[in-house]
Design a protein around this ligand. Structure first.
Ligand code: MN
Length: 286
């Protein structure tokens, strides 16, 4: 099943014809609009058959709705740095490091601010006119349940679903959480694809284009820490809450984006994520 939040955070389920059926009426009226995906995850067993029956109908064309981030209120976004050998190699070739860059085994993880999330009909806003900002094509993982000390053999049972995720990155020497947490630096969606439709996340193919030109292309099988290992490692450090998001790391081909670029991220079996890049609206010092 594919689930979205659209317009003023209405809950949508994707029908077979890729139209969006409004399912907001299935949720209690006291659920705050931005908390609707958390409410779906919390009551999934009861809601799933109701959503499946709605998905057989016809809804609004996907092109006519305004997509919000399908999960705008995780308690945290945990991201995997240098989790692909080909990406590490291009970092070495790019140079500028005081030491050789390590891999995820050295850095393990970092947090991105949830306020950096933006939906598929939004824009990526560059914060500065004179600093390089890069795209990183990634698979996002949405947690299904509270998870602590989860062994890798059980880890995929803790996944609610998957989504296209862009880990937008300001290049420079500042710490990663600063460089990757600007508003609009975590576009996700337009839909969460539930885990039952993704039996093996390592089999997913990822492609990112900028203005139609392929910049990143690869398989999730190239990750150093795969999805089960990431859940194992992160849940050993901190409690993962239902709805939390993991950004699993990018492959090679990371490159700069500029105002008016159209960035498009496609992952097998998922509606693609298309974002436009805009220049800073407010130019301010930091
Ligand atoms: Mn990344």
């Amino acid at each position: 099943m594919k689930l979205s939040l659209f317009d003023d955070y209405r809950l949508g389920v994707w029908a077979a014809d890729d139209s969006i059926v409004d399912a907001t009426g299935l949720l209690p009226t006291w659920v705050a609009p931005a908390e609707r995906m958390n409410a779906v995850i919390a009551d999934w067993d009861a809601l799933r058959p109701l959503l499946e029956s709605l998905a057989t109908g016809a809804g609004r064309p996907a092109g006519s709705v305004r997509f919000q981030a399908p999960q705008p209120r995780p308690t945290k976004i945990i991201a995997a740095p240098v989790n692909h050998v080909a990406h590490r190699q291009e970092m070495i070739e790019a140079g500028g490091f005081s030491d050789q860059p390590g891999t995820i085994e050295k850095y393990v993880g970092f947090l991105k601010a949830p306020s950096s999330l933006v939906g598929a009909t939004g824009v990526i806003e560059l914060p500065f006119t004179d600093r390089r900002v890069d795209h990183e094509a990634e698979l996002g993982v949405v947690l299904a349940r509270r998870s602590r000390h989860v062994p890798r053999e059980e880890a995929l049972r803790h996944v609610f679903g998957y989504l296209p995720l862009l880990d937008i990155t300001l290049r420079g020497d500042e710490d990663r959480p600063y460089r990757k947490s600007f508003d609009t630096f975590t576009p996700i969606g337009p839909a969460i694809v539930t885990a039952d439709e993704v039996p093996d996340p390592a089999a997913l193919e990822v492609e990112l284009t900028v203005n139609g030109e392929v910049r990143q292309s690869g398989s999730m099988s190239g990750l150093i820490y795969d999805v089960p290992r990431l859940i194992e490692v992160y849940s050993a450090a901190m409690t993962l809450e239902p709805g939390d998001v993991i950004a699993t790391g990018t492959m090679d081909g990371v490159s700069a984006i500029a105002p008016d670029d159209e960035v498009r991220l496609s992952i097998s079996g998922m509606p693609p994520l298309s974002m436009r890049v805009v220049a800073p609206r407010v130019v301010a010092g930091r």
